[in-house]
Ligand binder design. Structure first.
Ligand code: HEM
Length: 451
């Protein structure tokens, strides 16, 4: 069992070849889980389509991210009546056009602060720490609005008070909102979604505050992990291949067409950047085993095991071999190599982007084809799978795309000659620890933006 701390990743890669490829389950002993049943990739759709009364995601994921200990209020996590998921799906995602300009402003400010603003001067940054600071600032501009400041309990109370005043009569929970607020941020939408439950308990100011803490918790690490991996993948790729140059050309063209300011529409035009982020996520998932679920059906479930069937009793924890799937040559030709434009539309690669002349070796096998970074399928599980797949991915990818575009336009990144620093596999996690994650960067004059 103790060996699982360092060997889980190796075991899951071995088991994938030995068992998953033959459509059979295998178990792995894991210190924090006792044992985990690893599902063959071919059964993903059937098993993850089972109803929630049979297969639990919410409490299993809460244990994974330890929210019962970090967020001690169970009405915030895990049982919040879907307030947070609805805030993300119905409000944040639908308002990306409103949020994009302020995210871009905050990212620009963050880059100047973290990466420097004197043209030509090299600076050493730590890929993880600096991504975390940049992403936390940008995301919170969307969560509480600009200018960034500390959000206090009295401020939340005031927002709640204003929201109540905009409604009629004593039974204000059910009354329609007469004057919608002009405040457009996650805090406001979270208050409105809390109203929509009809349960006054959800309008407790402390509870609203904790919900925002939780939103930060689940969004900041995952998004900055993704941004930091893109920095490291680009910094360690052969400069003669011209990847950064191509991304720079694309960013400059799109930004010029958008009259110099990032809009939601402009960000969606960043196809090469989008493909680069997806390829980086493919190669660096946070976990070798992911998408955990627990069988809660008292009679267990019967699954296909090779040519026969097998019973998984109540309490069985299942998981998906995320890393082996994302490194499977069957789905991704030359899977061990970073090919940033693997998922880009073919038409893009033939565009008049001069830096692309070297990039003819795009490994477009029969299976790999154009796919947006937010797209989930059975061979790309970075955002989970099924009904509980990440609802924040549209927000996250929008933010990381602006991050990368700003980075390549305004900074040079020194080539990491010693190669890509490795993540450390601990249990099922790929942790950004025990390595040198420093990168040298230099502010450049973005001449491409001048007409
Ligand atoms: C690149 C960044 C991100 C990655 C890689 C990521 C990944 C994930 C994964 C793997 C899950 C579990 C899915 C499953 O069990 O099937 C998840 C769930 C979730 N994520 Fe994200 N996430 C990211 C960013 C965000 C952001 C920015 C937000 C909020 C704005 C967010 C909100 C959530 C929520 C609320 C859930 C729980 C969904 C549910 O249980 O129905 N995530 N995410």
């Amino acid at each position: 069992m103790l060996r699982s701390v360092v060997s889980t990743q190796q075991w899951v890669f071995e088991g994938y070849v030995k068992y998953s490829k033959r459509n059979t389950y295998f178990t792995i002993p894991i210190l924090d889980r006792v044992r985990m049943m690893i599902i063959p990739q071919s059964q993903l759709r059937v098993i993850y389509g089972l109803p929630e009364t049979v297969l639990d995601a919410v409490n299993t994921n809460a244990t994974l991210i330890q929210s019962p200990w970090t967020i001690w209020d169970h009405k915030v996590a895990p049982n919040d009546n879907n307030i947070l998921a609805n805030t993300i799906r119905n409000r944040i995602t639908k308002n990306l056009a409103v949020l994009t300009p302020q995210i871009a402003v905050e990212l620009e400010r963050g880059f100047r602060r973290e990466w420097g603003h004197s043209i030509g001067q090299w600076k050493t940054i730590h890929a993880w720490d600096s991504s975390m600071n940049l992403i936390a600032g940008a995301a919170n501009s969307a969560f509480y609005g600009l200018p960034l400041s500390t959000i206090t309990l009295p401020e939340i109370q005031k927002r709640l008070h204003d929201a109540a005043r905009r409604r009629d009569g004593s039974n204000y929970l059910e009354a329609p909102c007469k004057n919608p607020s002009d405040q457009e941020d996650a805090l406001q939408w979270c208050i409105e979604e809390s109203y929509a439950t009809g349960d006054p308990d959800h309008l407790d100011p402390m509870r609203i505050a904790l919900r925002l803490v939780y939103l930060n918790d689940i969004s900041t690490h995952s998004t900055s992990f993704t941004a930091a991996n893109v920095i490291l993948d680009l910094a360690s790729s052969d400069p003669s291949l011209g990847y950064i140059k191509a991304l720079r050309e694309e960013s400059a063209r799109v930004l010029k067409e958008a009259d110099g300011s990032w809009t939601r529409q402009a960000v969606s035009e960043l196809k090469l950047i989008d493909s680069t982020i997806r390829e980086s996520m493919r190669m660096s998932p946070f976990n070798s085993i992911g998408v955990p679920r627990t069988v809660i059906e008292p009679h267990g479930i019967t699954v296909q095991q090779g040519n026969s069937t097998m019973k998984l009793p109540q309490g069985t924890i299942i998981g998906v071999p995320v890393a082996p799937i994302q490194y499977d040559e069957k789905f991704y030709p030359n899977a061990k190599e970073f090919h940033p434009f693997r998922f880009a539309p073919d038409a893009m690669l033939h565009r008049d982007i001069s830096s692309l002349h070297n990039i003819s070796e795009n490994p477009k096998g029969s299976v790999t084809r154009e796919k947006a970074s937010v797209m989930i399928d059975e061979s790309f599980l970075h955002f989970g799978f099924g009904k509980h797949a990440c609802p924040g991915r549209f927000f996250a990818m929008n933010e990381v795309k602006i991050f990368v575009a700003h980075m390549v336009l305004h900074y040079d990144i020194e080539h990491l000659v010693e190669g890509r620093p490795k993540l450390k596999p601990i249990l099922w996690l790929n942790a950004p620890i025990m390595g040198n994650f420093n990168v040298r960067v230099r502010k450049r004059d973005p001449v491409e933006l001048r007409s």
